[in-house]
Design a binder for this molecule. Structure first.
Ligand code: GTP
Ligand code: MG
Length: 698
């Protein structure tokens, strides 16, 4: 990250009016060309002098060395450009399932989403997931069907797929001229003009539509007009009377329909050739509402100045950089704000505009604008900073839960602290990356959403914080539960001169059905006549909870149990909370053995996309991993296989998939539910744990 002033500092700008801002997240499935498209938009708007590429590692938004090495976005990047007197802030988001924290955070600070799709693959898993989030947050959406130059790309097929799978209010606003390697341009159905393939240069101005396209253009122009006038009664009247509608009236109606979430225009092009960017920029300016129109739902009380932190960059040189959206303002440099979460004062030294890794100081940012600030003290992603202490409820971003845990150790002895510090900083950047100590084994566990996310964290520890660490095979978060009722009584009694110990309780265990898929715990006090005094009963509960942390089968947490405390006895001198806690814990262990305890394992929903000729091998392999096939969808030479697979069987799936598909396969997965481990498998896990415990004792 570079924080030196650049040449543009000369033109330190005053805050942009909210009506002139467009905030847009570029989102979609992995590898559909989001970063390449943003590169084209910046180039077309004159922000850059050449079209960078993923292959050469020269794009503005994939600036991190790990992104360039892996050829994919790993975190969100903030960029901005000016088009037709509007300032467009764009957040490029990663499409990979393991790096969704930044994607979800970005969706909290924009009015619109540019949903990018591959012209070959159409609607993919993450497309649907993003769509759903955007739906929940009522964000305006513009779709861009990219990669139309690729073999088997088909705009009309993808259009049909988005209308079926996302919303039937998706409507084409552009059409490709030609297809695959014979694609020569696109038609803008709103302004009725064409743009020809600039082959990576700047797009020339609008051209006449080729005659050969007349029929198709007519058909889709009518569909577009039908869709637009349907959202505007006045326009509908004029249209039905056969009046020729002027483009501005149609554009205005379209804009308000997009703002109200009633229409989703579908654009198209080829990002890597910079084809389609002019029409897309026009559409973003005309279609996506400004912050003045749509605004934010994030609370800031009666604050006169307020910002919401949506992203944190842990830079080893410049320290922490916090990206924010101005909720109330303007907010200028040299301002002190307060964080109601910590009550600490935070100084906004310099307000910055980011362009990928480059930054440029500005005097002030107005309401709705996006920017960054360096070196805030205790601020984390999700905080709201205000000019005076008002009770604000920070918005809930709803990050996905980490599902995979790997034990990590530093390669060099004595680097433990350095590793922990580095990982804490990386957690600030990505809240779905967690470091915690396994209470059972004492190991440090690094958890995340995917194996690759954890591997990238390890790479970053090395390059940014100079700690080399080793990843050990991941551990499966097993759980235990019971299948039938059981009872036990335990008397804990010690007489060692002076005051002794006495606690006695009888309990019944019952299976507690899951609620909303979650297994819980319930303690029911059934004591009558005060055989145990009120003050000791919570101690029994506490003892049981402690015993439940490590079940007797495999040392996994026990859940899905209701405990009834039914009887007991106390001694008027020797009884104590401690004695009842121990009695409770022992009674639980005894009853647990009788209650038919079973081991539960997490089941993952897996989506694998592979070349058609490897489907057989991939399915066979999933079968051998205890996978259950849920469905297959072929599209353009690739097939997406959906399956449910126990997490234990796909911990290290990436290597296997690479070798089966020659590196052409891709997969993502997320947690579905817990299920009982089949007996023959459970037996092995139980024996293994037993061995490990005995070894640990020696
Ligand atoms: N032929 C062709 N290739 C493209 C096009 N757009 C992108 N690509 C290539 O597709 C690959 C992925 O492009 P990216 O821009 O990194 O895609 P992305 O959506 O940002 O990927 P993630 O950030 O990893 O989700 C790169 O190799 C690009 O060069 C296109 O329109 N046509
Ligand atoms: Mg990208």
């Amino acid at each position: 990250m570079r924080l030196e002033p650049t040449e543009e500092d000369e033109s330190r700008m005053a805050a942009t009016e909210p009506t002139k801002i467009r905030n847009i997240a570029v989102a979609g499935h992995r590898g559909v060309g989001k970063t390449s498209l943003l590169e084209g938009l910046l180039f077309e708007a004159g922000k850059t002098n050449r079209l960078g590429s993923i292959e050469q590692g020269t794009t503005v938004s994939d600036w991190d060395e790990h992104e360039q090495r892996r050829g994919m976005s790993l975190s969100g990047a903030l960029c901005h450009l000016e088009w037709k007197d509007r300032k467009i802030n764009l957040v490029d988001t990663p499409g990979d399932a393991g790096f969704q924290a930044d994607t979800y955070a970005a969706l909290r600070v924009v009015e619109g989403v540019l949903v990018v799709l591959s012209g070959v693959m159409g609607v993919e898993v993450n497309t649907s997931r993003i769509w759903q989030r955007a739906e929940e947050q009522e964000l305006s959406r513009v779709l861009f069907v990219n990669m139309l130059d690729r073999e088997r790309a088909d705009f009309l097929r993808v259009l049909e797929a988005v209308r079926q799978q996302l919303s039937d209010r998706c409507v084409a606003i552009q059409l490709p001229i030609g297809s695959e390697h014979e694609l020569t341009g696109i038609v803008d159905l709103l302004h009725m003009c064409a743009y020809m393939d600039p082959s990576g240069g700047r797009e020339g101005g609008p051209q006449p539509i080729p005659d050969s396209m007349a029929d198709l253009v007519q058909e889709h122009r009518e569909k577009l007009l039908d869709a637009v006038v349907e959202t505007d009664e006045e326009l509908m009247g004029r249209y039905l009377e056969g009046e020729e509608l002027d483009p501005q009236a149609v554009a205005d109606a379209l804009k308000s329909a997009v703002t109200r979430d009633e229409l989703y225009p579908v654009a198209c092009g080829v990002a890597t050739k910079n084809l389609g960017t002019t029409a897309l920029l026009d559409l973003l300016v005309e279609g996506v509402p400004s912050p003045a129109k749509k605004g934010t739902t994030i609370e800031f009380g009666d604050a006169k100045q307020a910002v919401f932190i949506f992203k944190t960059i842990a830079d080893p040189f410049t320290g922490r950089i916090s990206c924010f959206r101005v909720l109330a303002g303007p907010v200028s440099g040299d301002t002190t704000l307060v964080d109601p979460r910590t009550h600490a004062k935070e100084r906004m030294g310099q307000v910055l505009l980011l362009q990928g890794k480059d930054s440029e100081p500005v005097e002030a940012l107005g309401i709705g604008d996006l920017g960054a600030v360096a070196k805030l003290k205790d601020v984390i992603t999700g905080d709201v900073l205000v000019d005076h202490e008002v009770p604000v409820e920070p918005p809930h971003i709803d990050f996905p839960e980490p599902v995979m845990s790997f034990a990590v150790t530093p390669k060099a002895k004595g680097d433990e602290e350095k590793m922990a510090t580095g990982l804490r900083r990386l957690h600030e950047e990505d809240p779905t990356l967690l470091l915690r100590r396994d209470p059972q084994t004492g190991e440090q566990l690094l958890s995340g959403l995917s194996q690759m996310q954890v591997e990238v964290a390890v790479d970053r520890l090395n390059t940014r914080f100079h700690v080399e660490v080793e990843l050990h095979p991941p551990r499966v978060p097993y759980k235990e539960t019971i299948r039938k009722e059981a009872r036990a009584r335990h008397r804990y009694k010690k007489q060692t001169g002076g005051r002794g110990q006495f606690g006695d309780c009888a309990i019944v265990l019952e299976p507690l059905p899951a609620e909303d898929g979650e297994l819980g715990y319930e303690f029911v006090d059934k004591i009558v006549g005060g055989v145990i005094s009120q003050s000791y009963r919570p101690a029994v509960d506490k003892g049981i909870r402690e015993a439940m942390e490590h079940g007797d089968l495999a040392g996994a947490p026990v859940q899905g149990v209701r405990v009834l405390l039914v009887d007991g006895m106390e001694h008027n001198v020797d009884s104590s909370e401690m004695a009842f806690k121990i009695a409770g814990s022992m009674a639980f262990k005894e009853a647990y053995q009788q209650a038919d305890p079973v081991l539960l394992e997490p089941i993952m929903e897996l989506e694998v996309t592979v070349p058609d000729d490897t489907v057989g091998a991939v399915n066979g392999d999933l079968n051998s991993r205890r996978g259950r096939l849920q469905g297959m969808e072929p599209a353009g030479g690739m097939t997406t296989i959906k399956a449910e697979v126990p997490m234990a069987e796909i911990l290290t799936y990436s290597q296997a998939l690479t070798s089966m598909t020659g590196g052409r396969g891709d997969y993502s997965m997320h947690f579905l539910r817990y299920e009982e481990v089949p007996t023959h498998v459970a037996q092995k896990i139980i024996e293994q744990t037993k061995r490990e415990r005995e070894e640990a004792k020696v």
